[in-house]
Design a protein around this ligand. Structure first.
Ligand SMILES: Cc1ncc(COP(=O)(O)O)c(C=O)c1O
Length: 419
């Protein structure tokens, strides 16, 4: 059935100006939205004085990272390159948690040498780290055996998940920690992404809080990210009243009863950046077959993978015809895959060839999942709207690569060299 509710894009005139001046496809990020989400989360966790890290995998653009740094957040980095980028942007090593999974010895060594705290989610890796660096500070990622998320692929705890050390293995963790004189300073969990159900969140938090009693006092408990955002028109956002009474209050109570009172950390990605972003695309082709009408655009799943990977919903708005009557379309990309579809049977203001569409809420896991490799399509340009600090202006923060430059990259990497 066609959905007819529409969601409004932020600052449509400015977005159209970006499309004209910078071209399409282009990701646009509104800095004020990021700052507002940080403020909101800080306000809602003030009672427990939570420390916020930003999961940079959601959107690792240096300009976005700089905002996080200005706002005094730390970083959750999951690969050596993410770690290196965070350091280059200016984050202090002691503000970064390195949470790669299935780390290699070299990756552990690299992170250790940077003076960054490692978050280890496998017993064998903990053993190796202890052997290589006895006496080091370390954080351990546990699997609380409860997972949640908007799609199976993003549930990162529970019986089917590769992440973390099962919470039942506390004794084994302790044995390794003691054997190598490691200092277990933190416990971590991240149960999944796109979670709206605060009840599940609390159930998992209870597990790690109980588990913490089996360890000597830790400095912090990191509860991961995962807070969901509303993607559909009319969908309610995270219920913060519920979050307060079902997560923050009980957490506070629990910690008040703990003489060592560890600090609480959260490491959101999506919550801080999803709603700051819009992907601007241009319609090249409108064509109808007997069953449906396709609007073909100059972008595709290699720019925004979430619809193809998870069946995710992103609202679409026709910036060029905002008052047009809603008509159902399949909005499809230019990649040679039938699954390359941004929206199926979706009501959008009538679309003409040449129109500019805004694909909303694409600031998280949009550009960070983009790749020019498949079908050799350069990734979108990127634009930042500074907002209050520079009203009405925008700045190109990611230059559009040409086809010739992309081919030069491919040929450059393919150059064979003698050993
Ligand atoms: C360890 C860890 N922390 C935090 C996050 C951020 O999740 P979200 O963007 O849902 O907040 C992820 C996402 O995969 C993660 O793997």
């Amino acid at each position: 059935m066609t959905e007819t509710l529409l969601k409004s894009p932020p600052q449509p005139e400015l977005l159209l100006r970006v499309a004209e001046r910078v071209g399409t496809p282009t990701y646009v990020y509104f800095a004020d939205v990021i700052r507002e989400r940080i403020r909101l989360l800080r306000e809602r966790t003030a009672r427990i004085d939570a420390r916020l890290l930003y999961a940079m995998k959601a959107n690792g653009h240096p300009a976005v990272l700089s905002i996080m740094k200005e706002e005094n957040l730390g970083i959750d980095a999951v690969s050596p390159a993410e770690l290196l980028l965070a350091l280059r942007v200016g984050f202090d090593p002691d503000r970064i948690l390195f949470s790669a999974n299935n780390m290699t010895d070299d990756e552990m060594e690299f992170a250790h040498r940077q003076g960054v705290l490692l978050n280890v989610g496998e017993l064998s890796r903990l053993e190796r780290y202890g052997r290589a660096h006895p006496g080091s500070r370390v954080c351990v990622r546990v699997n609380p055996r409860i997972g949640a998320g908007h799609h199976d692929h993003v549930i990162t705890a529970g019986p089917d998940s590769k992440f973390g050390i099962p919470v039942e293995a506390a004794a084994e963790i302790l044995r390794i920690v003691e054997r190598h004189g490691l200092r277990l300073v933190g416990l971590h969990q991240h149960i999944g992404s796109g979670i709206m159900d605060t009840g599940t969140l609390w159930s998992a938090i209870r597990v790690i809080l109980e588990a913490a009693k089996h360890f000597p006092p830790v400095e912090f408990i990191n509860l991961g990210g995962g807070l969901g955002v509303p993607y559909r028109p009319g969908e309610a956002g995270l219920d913060f009243e519920n979050f307060d009474t079902r997560v923050v209050e009980p957490l506070d109570e629990f910690l008040t009863g703990d003489a060592s009172r560890p600090a609480v950390w959260f490491e959101p990605g999506r919550f801080l950046t999803a709603e700051c972003g819009v992907l601007l695309v241009r319609v090249n082709t409108v064509k109808a077959n007997p069953e449906r009408t396709f609007a073909g655009v100059d972008s595709g799943m290699t720019h925004l993978l979430r619809p193809a990977l998870y069946g995710s919903y992103h609202a679409v708005s026709n910036l060029s015809n905002p008052d047009g009557d809603p008509v159902p379309y399949d909005i499809v990309g230019n990649i040679c895959e039938t699954g390359d579809r941004f929206a199926r049977d979706r009501a959008v203001q009538e679309i003409r060839e040449g129109d500019v569409l805004a694909i909303l809420d694409t600031g998280a896991y949009g550009m960070s999942m983009a790749s020019p490799s498949y079908n050799l399509r350069p990734v979108p340009a990127e634009v930042l709207v500074p907002g209050e600090s520079d009203p009405g202006r925008f700045r190109v923060i990611g230059r559009r690569q040409t086809a010739a430059e992309l081919v030069a990259d491919v040929l450059g990497r393919a150059e064979s060299r003698r050993d």
